[in-house]
Design a protein around this ligand. Structure first.
Ligand code: ZN
Length: 411
C-alpha cells in the first residue's frame, strides 16, 4: 500500500515504543526512530519473523509497562514455543473497534444475534468475535466449538441470525441443518467465516445450504487477532483496516516489495499497538493488492483472498507456483480428481515440472487427451507448461497438509 507522511510518523512512534521491549531493543540496536524519514528508510528496517517471536517467549515482546497490560493472548504452539502477545486496554479497544467495523461491513446490526462457534481460550478466536459483536451492540452468543446438537438447538431457540465459524465447521453445521430438515426453523442470514483458506465450491455449498451471505474475515493473533479485515457484499477481496496497520507485499525470496498487483507475501507493521508493536512482520500469507475503488464505497484498500503460504510456493522458470493455484487449475478440467502431486527437477540445466493427477478414466478412454487438457489448463493458469501424468484414482498419498503436494528436488 502507499506510504504517506502520516504513516511514517506513526511508524516512528511505533519503532520508538517497540524498542522498549527486550526483543526489539536488540533487533533494532542502532536504529533510531527519528532516522526513518522516507519510505526508503522504512524499507531498510529488518523483517520480524515468527521464529523471532518464539525466541522472545515468554514476555520479550512486551513494550508497555506491567500496569498497562490487561490481557495476554497466545498463538498456537504446534511447533516450538508459543508466541505470547500482551495487550494494553487501548489494544483491546482498538481490536474491538476494528471487529465491530467488520460486522458493520457485513451488514450486521444491533438487532442481530451472533452465534459464535470459534474456540475460547488463550488464542484470539472466540473472544475476538464476541468483543466485536458487543462493541457493535449486537447480542453475542458465545457457544464455542463442538456439540452440534446444542449448537442447533440454541440456533433455533434463540433465533441466531449471524453464524461465526471456520469454513469447515460452517459446512458441517450447514449440512446437519439440511440432514435434520431444520432449514425452516433456522434464521441464519449471514456467515462470518474465518481462519482457513476455502475454495469457491465449498463457499457455494455453505451459502446454498444455509441460504446465507458469507463474509471472509482475516487476521492473525500476532496482529490483534481476527478482524483486521473482511470482505464486503461485493465479494471482491478483503478490505484491510489500514488506519491501524501498514502492509507491504514482498517477494518472499528477495524481500523486495513486489510491483503493484503482483502476488507477494503479506508483511504487516502495526501503527497503534502498545502492548506488543510489530514492525515488518512476515505473515507468510500470499495475496495481491487489488487496484481501484470497491463498488461498495468503502475507502479502505483491498487484498485478494489469501491464496496460500509463501513457505509452500516455488519459483519455476520465473513463475510462482503455489498449491492453491494447482487446485484452481485442476478444478476446471473435467475427469480429474482433486488430488495431485507436483515434482520439480533440474535436468540438463532446465527446470522440469511434473504434475501427477488422479483420474477414474482408463487407458482406452483417452488418457493422453486428458493429460494434454491438463497441461493446457496449467499453462494458462500458471505460465508454466508441465509434463502431466494421469494416475489411477486413490493412488496418490492423502495429506492434510497442502504443502506435502509440491516437491522441489532442485536444491
Ligand atoms: Zn467493498
Amino acid at each position: 500500500m502507499r506510504m504517506t507522511d502520516g504513516i511514517l510518523c506513526d511508524i516512528r512512534k511505533t519503532v520508538s515504543r517497540a524498542k522498549n521491549s527486550r526483543f526489539y531493543g536488540g533487533h533494532f540496536r542502532g536504529v533510531e526512530a527519528d532516522d526513518i524519514k522516507t519510505a526508503e528508510d522504512f524499507l531498510k528496517l529488518p523483517f520480524t519473523e515468527k521464529d523471532d517471536l518464539r525466541g522472545a517467549y515468554p514476555l520479550g515482546l512486551q513494550a508497555a509497562d506491567d500496569e498497562k497490560i490487561v490481557r495476554i493472548h497466545s498463538s498456537s504452539g504446534t511447533t516450538g514455543a508459543p508466541v505470547i502477545i500482551p495487550y494494553t486496554k487501548k489494544d483491546v479497544d482498538d481490536w474491538a473497534d476494528m471487529f465491530a467495523r467488520c460486522y458493520r461491513t457485513a451488514g450486521v446490526t444491533p438487532l442481530d444475534r451472533v452465534h459464535i462457534t470459534p474456540g475460547y481460550g488463550l488464542w484470539t478466536a472466540g473472544i475476538g468475535f464476541q468483543l466485536g459483536a458487543e462493541r457493535l451492540g449486537a447480542t453475542a452468543i458465545p457457544m464455542g466449538p463442538g456439540n452440534t446438537d446444542k449448537q442447533l438447538k440454541m440456533m433455533e431457540d434463540l433465533k441466531s441470525t449471524v453464524l461465526c465459524a471456520t469454513s469447515s465447521y460452517a459446512l458441517l453445521l450447514a449440512e446437519e441443518i439440511g440432514r435434520r430438515g431444520l432449514k425452516g426453523k433456522i434464521n441464519i442470514k449471514k456467515g462470518v467465516i474465518g481462519s482457513e483458506r476455502w475454495g469457491k465450491k465449498m463457499r457455494e455449498r455453505i451459502a446454498g445450504e444455509l441460504d446465507a451471505e458469507l463474509y471472509d474475515i482475516y487476521g492473525l493473533t500476532e496482529i490483534y487477532g481476527p478482524g483486521i479485515g473482511i470482505s464486503c457484499g461485493y465479494e471482491c477481496g478483503i478490505h484491510m483496516w489500514t488506519d491501524y496497520f501498514y502492509y507491504e507485499l514482498i517477494d518472499p525470496g528477495t524481500g523486495e516489495n513486489v510491483e503493484e498487483g503482483e502476488i507477494g507475501e503479506l508483511v504487516i507493521t502495526t501503527l497503534k499497538k502498545e502492548g506488543a508493536p510489530l514492525i515488518r512482520y512476515r505473515t507468510h500469507d500470499l495475496t495481491r493488492e487489488l487496484p481501484g475503488e470497491c463498488p461498495c464505497g468503502c475507502g479502505f484498500p483491498r487484498i485478494d483472498a489469501i491464496i496460500g503460504r509463501s513457505d509452500d510456493m516455488v519459483k519455476v522458470k520465473g513463475a510462482i507456483i503455489y498449491p492453491g493455484m494447482a487446485d484452481a487449475v485442476l478444478a476446471v478440467v473435467d475427469g480429474v480428481g482433486s488430488e495431485y502431486r507436483i515434482t520439480i527437477d533440474r535436468l540438463n540445466g532446465k527446470d522440469v515440472l511434473r504434475l501427477f493427477f488422479e483420474t477414474a478414466l482408463t487407458d482406452g478412454d483417452g488418457i493422453g487427451e486428458l493429460e494434454k487438457r491438463v497441461e493446457t489448463a496449467f499453462k494458462s493458469g500458471t505460465g508454466v507448461t508441465p509434463e502431466s501424468k494421469a494416475v489411477p484414482m486413490g493412488s496418490l498419498p492423502r495429506s492434510e497438509k497442502k504443502s506435502a503436494r509440491i516437491f522441489d528436488n532442485r536444491y
